[in-house]
Design a protein around this ligand. Structure first.
Ligand code: AKB
Length: 341
């Protein structure tokens, strides 16, 4: 009676743009949910668009009556910098919103008797290194180390990973049917993401995508971190591939419910040096924002993604050079209407 669909929350966001296209190409009927009106080209690729909030319980109840969600990609979130200005609102969106969706998913699986995949973009923000010396010594860190986030966003993401693991493995554990919510929760701890099509806002890893989009438009850019600042990054197509590959993986092969993935980890200066070989007129100055710098300094210089490679065959398509030459430079030029990037 109810249509079988894939729900994408935050569908108008950076990841949503690419993910909705990928799911539509796979023949999925996608229901897009976002606070804002549907933006092209996402709008044309959705089976239905719902403009609303994941905090609206009556809306979610209506969705349960209308659709059977086979998979939920829960992308809606308030990112790390914006969350520091309104931590209470960030907690509401990032945690209460996620809990609302997990409850909706559990209710639905009780109805259908079928398992429902709940895909969750977590972040390197769940990690917290206390100082630069420890960050340098820690190097590439694994999933179970340094889980000491220093931001509301990082705390939110870490707690939601635990919530998802509870719904998957321990739901209503004192009940007759222990831990059988049917919610198959799977999370990816994304590094900084760089898209050719969109520029992020409200994140603290934004300095790299902001830099390339400003340089490509021959506009000056003030980088808010030091030249030596180093964290892991990934091209957006690889971010889409990763979460779809994790969704398609056999649950029996998964030894974790939260996986690191990464591709490359240039310093801000190394990234600028590469841009200068493509745009000799790049005008980038380093104007450090001390408080945002402290956030990025608490994030790891790199992450170890062996578990994702071993469990579900993760492998990035793009390294640092090919991300620039094969995706970002041509992609930004195309977004600029074919102008000279
Ligand atoms: C942010 O900067 O908040 C995000 C992230 C690293 O998760 N891009």
């Amino acid at each position: 009676m109810r249509e079988a669909v894939v729900l994408v929350t935050g569908a108008n966001g950076e990841i949503g743009h690419g993910l909705v296209s990928r799911l539509a190409e796979r023949g999925e009927r996608v229901v897009g949910l976002d606070l804002s009106p549907a933006a092209s080209p996402v709008a044309e690729q959705c089976h239905e668009w719902i403009q609303g909030s994941i905090l609206d319980s009556s809306l979610l109840s209506r969705l349960v009556s209308q659709y059977e969600f086979r998979t939920i990609y829960h992308l809606a979130a308030m990112l790390s910098t914006r969350a520091e200005f309104t931590p209470g609102a960030a907690h509401a969106v990032n945690v209460e919103g996620t809990l609302n969706l997990l409850e909706m998913a559990a209710e639905q699986t009780e109805w259908s008797g079928r398992r429902l995949k709940f895909m969750f973009p977590s972040s390197i923000a769940v990690y917290g290194l206390p100082d630069l010396a420890t960050k340098a010594e820690a190097g590439s860190i694994r999933e179970k180390t340094w889980n000491l986030p220093t931001t509301m966003y990082g705390c939110n993401k870490a707690y939601c990973e635990h919530l998802g693991r509870y719904y998957a493995n321990h739901y209503k554990q004192l009940g007759a049917a222990k831990g059988v919510s049917g919610v198959d929760f799977r999370a990816i701890r994304y590094p900084g993401l760089i898209s050719a099509a969109t520029v992020p806002s409200g994140g603290t890893s934004d300095y790299i995508p902001e830099m390339i989009h400003r340089v490509a438009r021959h506009e000056p850019y003030e980088c808010f971190v030091r030249p030596d600042t180093r964290i892991p990054f990934m091209a957006m197509p690889d971010a889409i591939r990763a979460i779809v590959a994790l969704e398609e993986a056999d649950e029996a092969a998964l030894s974790w419910r939260s996986y690191n993935v990464t591709s490359f980890n240039p310093s801000a200066q190394e990234f600028l040096d590469e841009l200068l070989t493509r745009w000799s007129d790049a005008q980038v100055e380093f104007q450090v924002d001390r408080k945002r710098q402290e956030i990025v300094d608490s994030w790891p210089a790199d992450v170890n993604d062996d578990a994702a490679r071993e469990d579900w065959g993760w492998e990035p398509l793009y390294d640092f050079t090919s991300a620039l030459d094969d995706y970002l430079v041509p992609g930004i030029a195309s977004e600029m209407g074919g102008g000279v990037a």
